[in-house]
Design a protein around this ligand. Structure first.
Ligand SMILES: NC(=O)c1ccc[n+]([C@@H]2O[C@H](COP(=O)([O-])OP(=O)(O)OC[C@H]3O[C@@H](n4cnc5c(N)ncnc54)[C@H](O)[C@@H]3O)[C@@H](O)[C@H]2O)c1
Length: 285
């Protein structure tokens, strides 16, 4: 929980685009100093100029969150520049994967490296600092509605997001059990109008696919196309998600659900588990 944002320090990964940028804009508007980490240097430069023009203090860092040394260096540089850290938003993420058996090992390494280990590394590098400083603080990890329900296609992405939900639930309980002033929340949006479906722009050269492993099942092809369409055409603005995030941090709310039309799908999954039903595609109910 963070009851007051003024002059506090926010660290945001994936801060140069989409949801991360929208949260950064809310943090700046609330009087916070920003550490913006992103792998896309050009976008990061552009948004840094915009923030500085508005008088916001910003430390931009070009890093790959799947590299622990880089994340640890980010924590060091944050303390060197601002002395403290109060809000950590582990948000950088990529989409990837087709049917589970056609998903390449490169897809698995890349998606799990960014979406899961990137969050693990953020927690590992920053939580001891946040606990040590003894002030109110909050960690938000970005999962997805895909971390709460089941569906076919994009298995690597779904697995990564279920992992972030479990990781953050564990973090919350461990922080609570030591009476920490640092809280935790997990962000689980459905469609948000961002660049998430062009994530391949950030895929490292060593983890590229060779093009021969595109999904062969037309249904999986259609589901991937439909997901891309939903993000662009049905997606809510990132600013709406950012408002939910700020509210959850201020009020110490753990589950940040932004799409009430998906609440029924979450309930169905729990009901199916308890009633012994087999899984169903909860993205199509
Ligand atoms: N857009 C949606 O519909 C949606 C829904 C649910 C969850 N999410 C999650 O929201 C988060 C933010 O994504 P977004 O939708 O704003 O997409 P986005 O592509 O607009 O933003 C993601 C940002 O992360 C950065 N990034 C990617 N790989 C990185 C790496 N290895 N290291 C550092 N930065 C990296 C990108 O450069 C980009 O600026 C992701 O975790 C995504 O999975 C998005």
């Amino acid at each position: 929980m963070l009851s007051n944002f003024q002059d506090k320090v926010a660290v945001i990964t994936g801060g140069a685009s989409g949801i991360g940028l929208a949260v950064a804009q809310n943090c700046a508007a609330a009087g916070m100093k920003l550490v913006l980490a992103d792998i896309e240097e050009a976008n990061l430069d552009r948004v840094t100029v915009d923030f500085e023009r508005d008088g916001v203090e910003v430390l931009p860092l070009v890093i790959d969150v799947s590299n622990y040394d880089a994340v640890e260096a980010m924590a060091r540089q944050t303390i060197e520049r601002f002395g403290k850290v109060h809000f950590l938003f582990n948000n950088a993420g990529v989409s990837g994967g087709s049917s589970v058996w056609e998903t390449t090992l490169n897809d698995w390494d890349w998606v799990m490296g960014v979406n899961v280990m990137g969050v693990v590394y953020g927690i590992k590098a920053f939580t001891p600092i946040m606990l040590e400083q003894g002030e109110e603080g909050h960690i938000v990890n970005t999962a997805s509605i895909a971390g709460l329900i089941a569906g076919p296609s994009m298995g690597a992405y779904r697995v990564s997001k279920h992992a972030v939900v479990a990781l953050t639930e564990t973090l919350y309980l461990e922080l609570e059990q030591i009476g920490a002033k640092v809280g935790a929340s997990v962000l689980c949006p459905a469609w948000v109008k961002t660049q998430i479906f062009t994530s391949d722009r950030n895929r490292p050269s060593g983890l590229q696919n060779d093009g021969s492993n595109d999904p062969t099942d037309p249904k999986v092809q259609a589901q991937l196309a439909e997901a891309g369409r939903s993000v662009q055409e049905d997606g809510i603005p990132p600013s709406v998600v950012a408002d939910h995030v700020m509210d959850a941090v201020q009020n110490n709310r753990f589950y940040i659900l932004t799409h009430p039309n998906f609440n029924g799908a979450v309930a169905y999954r729990m009901k199916d588990i308890l009633e012994g039903n087999n899984p169903r595609n909860l993205f199509s109910i």
